[in-house]
Ligand binder design. Structure first.
Ligand code: 8YV
Length: 314
């Protein structure tokens, strides 16, 4: 029996993915195709499967050009790069990989916060540069007892909160609605929360409504002693306003794992001493990327076997 075709939209997010896909499918690499439009035209009469990272599409035009498409299996919890409305309109299922990365992303969030509060990158340079012999490193801030506001108390947000509790931080959250059974203070107004916390942690999905939710006025409310941490999507923060707020001391610092234009953070961010930047590695550990890959593949294989997909979003 000939294997069905699958289109992989962008570079695989785990090294095992291409070989695993090739066990069940004939693999086509969209991002490497010399003529992408020709590849889509060639596959259009029969292509039923797409695998994507969630960042690399498919967009509405690609979905519409593939009338036989049945399933888009996405790697990652965020799927803002996929036109889900077009998928839904065409009866195409979309799956993602929720939950399996919660701990990993929460861990990096704490890492960014500790690195910023305790100035770990700068003190590392201080030791390496041989400056220690001339005198001690200046005192830093700390996390213990500080107030944190989580923008988006979803599955990852809750794991972040659990870890902040260990630091005896006071925890609050903002989202579209108050959640029952959650022990943290709810703010219906993001500006009000920003005014009252020391750390604003962004971990909400990127949607049309959440674009630039953290703008100049929210940063102003966070204030000169406030820190911003973004482990969600760059689109939630107005990056130009952030650079300006950091340069002028309107906020104290920022820890960023995500950027508006990846992999090209605004140059202004790179020269600032009060930022800690990581290259979108929230889920990028061997263990977590492996289980994300397994779930992405399990959704495809379930559909192939005529069983319900495991983690549908559309
Ligand atoms: C991944 C992520 O790096 O899950 C997400 O939404 O942003 C990350 O875990 C990404 O999706 C893989 O490309």
């Amino acid at each position: 029996m000939t294997k069905p075709d699958i289109l992989l939209m962008g570079p695989p997010q785990h090294p095992d993915i291409p070989a695993e896909l090739e066990r069940d499918f004939r693999l086509h690499r969209y991002w490497e195709a010399p003529d992408r439009a020709a590849l889509i035209a060639q596959l259009a009469p029969h292509l039923r499967y797409i695998s994507t990272s969630g960042h690399d599409g498919p967009d509405a035009a690609t979905i519409r050009a593939l009338p036989k498409l049945e399933l888009i299996s996405s790697f990652g919890v965020g799927y803002d790069g996929i036109d889900t409305a077009a998928a839904q309109a065409q009866g195409v299922r979309v799956t993602n990989t929720p939950d399996v990365l919660n701990d990993c992303v929460a861990e990096l969030t704490l890492g960014l916060m500790l690195a910023l509060a305790r100035e770990i990158p700068a003190s590392d340079r201080f030791v390496r540069d041989g400056r220690w012999a001339a005198g001690p490193y200046p005192f830093t801030g700390e996390l213990t007892g500080k107030r944190a506001g989580i923008l988006g108390l979803g599955r990852i947000g809750k794991e972040i909160a659990r870890r902040l509790e260990v630091f005896r931080m006071e925890i609050a959250y903002h989202g579209r609605r108050q959640q029952e059974g959650v022990p943290y203070r709810y703010y219906g107004d993001l500006h009000e929360m920003a005014r009252e916390v020391d750390w604003l942690i962004v971990i909400a999905p990127a949607t049309a409504e959440s674009r630039h939710l953290v703008d100049a006025s929210v940063l102003e409310a966070l204030g000169p002693r406030g820190h911003l941490v973004n482990v969600a999507r760059g689109a939630l923060v107005d990056e130009a306003a952030l650079v300006e707020a950091l340069q002028t001391g309107r906020i104290a610092g920022a820890g960023l794992d995500v950027f508006e234009d990846e992999p090209r953070p605004l140059p202004g961010l790179l020269s600032l001493p009060n930022t800690v930047l990581t290259p979108h590695t929230g889920s990028a550990t061997w263990r977590t990327r492996k289980i994300m890959a397994e779930l992405m593949l399990a959704n495809l294989r379930a559909h192939l076997a005529g069983e319900p997909v495991k983690t549908p979003v559309v």
